[in-house]
Design a protein around this ligand. Structure first.
Ligand code: F6P
Length: 554
């Protein structure tokens, strides 16, 4: 069952070499001219599936580029890797685990074997338990210590046990069931706890401690703070089970914390944190939008899984997005990638994709431990439009770096206000248009002459007004956000990240890099509180510890 990475050093493949030559031949390629020359370019480089329309015509590519990139995917063994992923091979070799988040969205009746055991009955059982729990809360049958129904659910979790659920429950607010509000407590910063607690009533609040490992410092500290707060507000130890549940693969640690076993929903080590919103980690989503909408979310992701497995690479959305990322990162020197949702409801998607992509593909060695000597995962950043246009888009338009961008926009709004949505959509399109078209020196000068500027002013300002253009972007359009379409959209990016990991030969499912900071944190903490008196490993850290100790007030 061990996964054998299909290619060790991708740069040695013939298709990689061919792409290098092709890239040199594309020096001077102009997107403006490409559109003028080919009226079919939009049709040629767009596709629709799973409720998502992808326009990737504004990329620095020709049909030959697409052919060569697809050739790279084939030569790198992507077809086999996709089959291995879905079959439950040990894709996460450094932790000797499969990565089977796709099993969580499979329909009833499917079989998925892990160590010879079909995991689907467990998956369905947990879904059934989620359904019962959500039903009890929504129907006012789950009551707090004073017999009042639950009105607020607080998810205590961080990283993948926070970002995915928060993205989805907030994106699906138009589908929220009345009566239950969802909150998220992630950071260890006491201010976030206090600010939230001030809004809550202990009698009607249910805390879900969400932690795959049940060993994450921030989550455990917040869970302890929540318990102390609940007791201080009048709750008792005896009634704690009415207010605390957990989702974890570490049942023993959750029980030791004081959570009753019947209040613990399991998850499995074959689901990575950043891929876990489809598991019981998604409980706050179901609490917010109801179990049928949660199942719709799973179905949407499943549709994307099927598309990913079945569509030919040249018409396969995750494969195309991934290959375009490889094209820019490895052949055009792009170091970051912007995610620009033009939808209030999708405002958290950048944060979720940032963890998904950067924690997965921020790696420097291949599966076999050999060093990768090309760029791997890019920096993922961005934020909601139009806000970004008045902040960081300037750098996209005129900065010195090439930064590919994904625009994501719905055709219709849940909250039409006058013509706001038309303007929102227009801004989204005009940003990708401006990135592509830019403004030539001739155009800039002509514009200023029409405005009546003196020739010396025209000469002085022209260079500042030139916008190079030819900057690539994808546009993903959806009718409007729905559980199914959102499921497909998130799964699209999960698979994009996976495809890139296969091309680079890295393991996208481990995250050893985050451990060092956690380990060192313990030493720093004991020096801050004085239980350790020896000097820190370096002068800067010791200097800052001394500063803290001399000024700390609370
Ligand atoms: O420290 C990183 C990380 O392990 C993420 O991968 C994970 O999503 C997050 O911490 C939370 O982990 P847990 O669910 O085990 O608390």
């Amino acid at each position: 069952m061990v996964y054998r990475p299909p290619s060790q050093d991708v740069t040695r493949l013939a298709s990689w070499q061919a792409l290098g030559e092709h890239r040199r031949a594309l020096d001077g390629f102009s997107l403006r001219q490409a559109f003028t020359r080919d009226p079919q370019r939009f049709t040629r480089f767009s596709l629709e599936d799973c409720g998502l329309f992808l326009d990737y015509s504004k990329n620095l590519i020709t049909e030959q580029t697409r052919g060569l990139l697809v050739g790279l995917a084939e030569e790198a063994g992507l077809g086999q890797a996709i089959a291995d992923l879905f079959d439950g091979k040990l894709m996460n070799a450094s932790e000797r685990r499969p990565a089977l988040h796709t099993a969580l969205r499979r329909p009833l009746g499917d079989k998925v074997l892990v160590d010879g055991v079909d995991v689907m009955p467990q998956v369905q059982r947990v879904l059934q338990r989620m359904s019962e729990l959500v039903g009890r809360v929504h129907h006012g049958l789950w009551r707090g210590y004073s017999e009042k129904p639950i009105t607020d659910v607080v998810n205590i979790g961080i990283g993948g046990s926070f970002l995915g659920p928060q993205l989805v429950s907030e994106a699906l607010l138009p589908f929220a069931q009345r009566g239950v509000r969802c909150h998220y407590l992630a950071n260890i910063d006491g201010s976030s706890f206090q600010e939230l607690a001030a809004k809550l009533c202990a009698e009607t609040t249910l805390f879900i401690v969400s932690s795959k490992t049940f060993s994450t410092l921030e989550t455990l500290k917040n869970a302890q703070a929540a318990r102390s707060w609940y007791l201080a507000q009048g709750g008792s130890e005896a009634e704690l089970h009415r207010h605390f549940m957990a989702v974890s693969s570490n049942i023993a640690a959750a029980t030791a914390f004081g959570i009753r076993e019947e209040n613990i929903l399991p998850m499995w080590d074959w689901v990575g944190g950043r891929y876990s919103l489809w598991s019981a980690i998604g409980l706050p989503i179901a609490m917010s939008v109801g179990i049928s909408n949660f199942k719709e979310l799973l179905s949407g992701a499943y549709r994307m899984d099927q598309h990913f497995q079945q569509a030919p690479f040249a018409r396969n959305m995750p494969v195309l997005l991934a290959l375009l990322g490889v094209w820019y990162g490895n052949f055009w020197g792009a170091q970051s990638h912007a995610i620009l949702p033009y939808d209030h409801y999708l405002r958290n998607i950048t944060k979720h994709l940032q963890q998904l992509d950067m924690e997965s593909n921020g790696k420097r060695v291949r599966q076999d431990g050999s060093a990768v000597d090309i760029a791997t995962g890019p920096v993922i950043w961005g934020g909601v439009g139009c806000n970004g246009q008045h902040a960081y888009h300037q750098l996209l338009h005129q900065g010195t770096q090439l930064i590919p961008a994904d625009f994501i926009v719905p055709v219709s709004s849940y909250n039409p206000v006058a013509d706001h949505h038309q303007w929102l959509f227009a801004n989204c399109l005009s940003q990708s248009q401006a990135l592509m078209l830019g403004k030539s020196r001739d155009e800039a000068e002509a514009e200023m002459r029409v405005q009546g500027l003196a020739p010396e002013q025209v000469e002085h300002l022209a260079a500042h007004k030139v916008i190079p253009g030819n900057r690539p972007s994808n546009t993903l359009v959806l009718e409007r956000i729905s559980p199914g379409r959102l499921g497909a959209l998130i799964a699209l990016y999960e698979h994009k990240v996976f495809v890139q990991s296969v091309i680079w030969g890295i393991n996208p499912f481990d995250q050893w890099g985050v451990e060092l900071g956690k380990e060192l944190g313990k030493g720093v903490y004991s020096r801050l509180v004085g239980t350790e008196t020896s000097a820190a490993e370096d002068g800067s850290t010791q200097g800052l510890i001394d500063f803290f100790r001399s000024r700390h007030r609370g």
